[in-house]
Design a protein. Structure first.
Length: 116
């Protein structure tokens, strides 16, 4: 992805990463412990990866991302569409929480209730 737009891909394949591409850090344990648990579910794997990306873009403590933020990510929407997962975001979040990869919190204020 370059600046949020789809990467240039043609019949020859992916054209490569730009020289100053932003990187997203992924904990090594994701590859050894989590990836095998999500190997049968491309939607859940995508949701976890995009959640890590969203969390890394935050500053301060604690870092959190809402389902609404993920829902409005156009790259995640394209990924889930190509994975054939209409319910992929909800299912992926539910599975990630069940496995303990992501935490689910509910924050209530006088004005509203937000699920994180």
């Amino acid at each position: 992805m370059r600046g949020g737009a789809p990467a240039d891909v043609d019949e020859r394949g992916f054209a490569g990463f730009p020289a100053r591409a932003e990187a997203t850090a992924i904990p090594k344990v994701l590859f050894s412990d989590i990836l095998p648990l999500l190997a049968d579910d491309a939607a859940s794997l995508g949701v976890v990866l995009f959640a890590f990306k969203a969390l890394q873009s935050k500053r301060g403590t604690p870092r959190y991302a809402t389902a609404a933020e993920l829902e409005t990510d156009p790259a995640l929407a394209r990924y889930l569409e190509r994975a054939g997962a209409a319910d992929g975001l909800e299912r992926g979040l539910r599975r990630a929480v069940e496995l303990g990869v992501l935490l689910q919190l509910v924050v209530e204020t006088d004005e509203r209730r937000t699920e994180l």
